[in-house]
Design a protein around this ligand. Structure first.
Ligand code: NAP
Length: 250
């Protein structure tokens, strides 16, 4: 039976802005107490914590730069503030612009470090510390095709997708691990809404999604106790398109 998540304590990484912020707010509206991880966006994290408290639940903030290995000890720090933790949402990520010809080892390692290794370490610490609960890794629906302009990034999301499947088996039945693969949701840095509108034609449903669509999938997974290793593509069907045919319209 799907359960209620009211009263749970949940950590969302990269929660101060954009999709992470929407996930945090949606959880708060479900009655969840939210631990907001951030790296640079301290003002946004504080403002979000106030907004969440205004919804009648608790909020905490915790800073950590994953490029500086500060995922080490983050779960313990959060638990010492919250008392317990019921779920971890690995949402934080770097997104670097590199084609295969421009890929460097530094760029690849940076993406793997933040987007694959940090979620893995946080998940392993969560399992060791809490023993039970949910882990949701935010992936990318472009792993179904070929994102030639963000090669290091997409390789790191492939690694995280495999990690999600492996730990789903290894951590079950006590910790349920699943993934969400967003498609076109928010414009990347330097692009605007017009960019997304131009890209809409590459999506079977002919439009891009919004952060609420991702938050909705997070709540669905948290309420479900019979999903392990599932990857939900919240992308209007874009993962079924063959990305290798034709360049991006921009
Ligand atoms: N946007 C989309 O349309 C889209 C599409 C497919 C998949 N996704 C996935 O969905 C998730 C959220 O997307 P988004 O566009 O909202 O993400 P984003 O804005 O690119 O990044 C989210 C947060 O990650 C944090 N972060 C970056 N580097 C970090 C580091 N070294 N250590 C710790 N935190 C770090 C940043 O926190 P601070 O601001 O506090 O520094 C940032 O606000 C990501 O996993 C992304 O890959 C997004």
């Amino acid at each position: 039976m799907p359960g209620s998540i009211k009263g749970k304590n949940i950590l969302v990484t990269g929660a101060a802005r954009r999709i992470g912020r929407e996930i945090a707010l949606r959880l708060a509206r479900e009655g969840v107490n939210v631990a907001i991880h951030y790296r640079n966006s301290e003002k946004d994290a504080i403002a979000l914590a106030r907004e969440i408290e205004g919804l009648g639940v608790k909020a905490w903030i915790a800073r950590a730069d994953f490029e500086q290995n500060e995922y080490d000890g983050l779960i313990e720090r959060v638990v010492s503030a919250t008392g317990t933790l019921d779920a971890l949402i690995n949402n934080a990520s770097v997104f670097t612009n590199r084609s295969l010809s421009g890929l460097t080892l530094y760029d690849l390692v940076r993406n793997i470090h933040v987007n694959s290794w940090a979620p893995f370490e946080l998940g392993r610490d969560f399992k060791r510390t809490m023993k039970r609960g949910h882990i949701i890794n935010i992936l990318d629906s472009s792993t179904s095709g070929y994102d030639w302009s963000h090669v290091g990034y997409i390789m790191s999301k492939h690694v995280l997708t495999e990690i999600t499947r492996m730990i789903a088996v290894d951590y079950a039945p006590d910790v349920l691990v699943n993934g969400i693969a967003p498609g076109l949701i928010l414009p990347p840095p330097g692009k605007d809404e017009e960019f997304l509108k131009r890209m809409d034609r590459t999506v079977p449903v002919k439009r891009h999604g919004n952060p609420e669509d991702i938050a909705e999938a997070v709540v669905f997974l948290l309420k479900n106790n019979f999903l392990a290793g599932a990857v939900i593509h919240v992308d209007g069907g874009r993962h079924l398109m063959d990305y290798a045919h034709g360049p991006h319209p921009d």
